[in-house]
Design a protein around this ligand. Structure first.
Ligand SMILES: C[S@@+](CC[C@H](N)C(=O)[O-])C[C@H]1O[C@@H](n2cnc3c(N)ncnc32)[C@H](O)[C@@H]1O
Length: 320
């Protein structure tokens, strides 16, 4: 519009100049010519001011967007540190293997999620939370449809993080975070059906049994317990079949055992959207979990490359 205005002004200006030479000696016309010249100058000045104002608004908009992104990043970063309990010293280090005890200092141990912390709301480390952030933000940016789920939530930290990410991105519609757990720890191994789980003692670990009320309370502490969060309480083999018809954008499996991992794959993977992500927390940490993934991939001809997140966790993005 501004350019068209300029073009029109230019035409008018040329006419005036042509006319001026013809009527130079006519006082009336000279007077008119002077007036028109002044009007044209004023119009030019106004257009200039308008252009300046548009440029100012554009700059202000860009600055506001940058500030929003900055604040979002600050919130997400603080949320991660709070969930991992790395904001305060001394660090909250819980049970860890003799290998971790020998090999890593406390900072590394918590940062890499190599312990079962005493009060942190997640046992995963920073790389795994970064990976969750990357997967969630990618599907939001690229509008890959579907919900988010973690199977095996313990105190809820990773699902709280998923819900926090949604909030930080303005709560886009039609996205729900599913929270699947027995809330009483891992199942005893079913050695007949799943020989890979034979000898597992994980079901005896009392510290892995976190009641649902405690997980809900943790969501509340962050102001993130609302109707965007759905609990699937019970053993995966019973609860996951009830959500088989949903579409998933991000699936995170953290059930440690062969059976728990396979239950997640069988019931959820077929409905993972193309472009969505599958994350397996324990792939490098538990041989039984790795075997479940290998068996499922073989059976279903899944060839997407497996990418490593850290010493324990892997993921891939569904391509077809
Ligand atoms: C290692 S913890 C999960 C850690 C958690 N993702 C975090 O961010 O800290 C494993 C969880 O999986 C749950 N779990 C494992 N197998 C299960 C199954 N078959 N059915 C229900 N819950 C299961 C346990 O109750 C436990 O809370």
């Amino acid at each position: 519009m501004i350019r068209r205005g300029f073009a029109a002004l230019g035409v008018q200006w040329r006419r005036v100049v042509r006319g001026a030479s013809r009527f130079r000696n006519d006082p009336k016309l000279r007077d008119r010519l002077q007036k028109t010249t002044k009007q044209a100058e004023r119009a030019r000045w106004r257009v200039g001011r308008l252009e300046q104002r548009i440029a100012d608004v554009r700059t202000a908009n860009a600055q506001a967007f940058a500030r929003i992104e900055d604040n979002r990043e600050l919130y997400i970063d603080l949320l991660k540190r709070a969930l991992m309990h790395t904001l305060y010293r001394p660090l909250d280090i819980g049970a860890r293997s003799a290998y971790a005890q020998r090999t890593f200092d406390e900072e590394q141990t918590r940062a890499e999620g190599r312990d079962w912390p005493r009060s942190a709301q997640t046992m995963v480390g920073i790389k795994r939370l970064d990976n969750v952030q990357n997967c969630v933000e990618t599907v939001l940016r690229e509008r890959i449809p579907g919900d988010f789920i973690e199977t095996g939530v313990w105190r809820g930290g990773t699902v709280i993080f998923m819900r926090g990410l949604l909030r930080a991105w303005g709560d886009p519609p039609d996205r729900i975070v599913f929270v699947a757990d027995s809330f009483q720890g891992l199942p005893a191994p079913n050695e007949q059906a799943y020989p890979a789980d034979a000898g597992s003692q994980l079901h005896t670990a009392k510290s892995l049994a976190v009641p649902r009320a405690e997980v809900e309370r943790n969501f509340e502490l962050y102001g993130l317990l609302d109707d965007r969060v759905r609990f699937l309480e019970g053993w995966f083999k019973d609860t996951l079949p009830t959500v088989r018809d949903r579409t998933w954008a991000v699936i995170r499996l953290d059930g440690d055992m062969y059976e728990s991992t396979l239950d997640g794959l069988v019931n959820l993977y077929p409905q993972l959207a193309v472009g969505g992500f599958l994350i397996i927390d324990d792939y490098h940490a538990h041989a039984a979990c790795r075997l479940a993934v290998t068996d499922y991939r073989k059976e279903h001809g899944i060839e997407e490359p497996i990418k490593t997140v850290d010493w324990a966790c892997v993921y891939w993005r569904r391509e077809r």
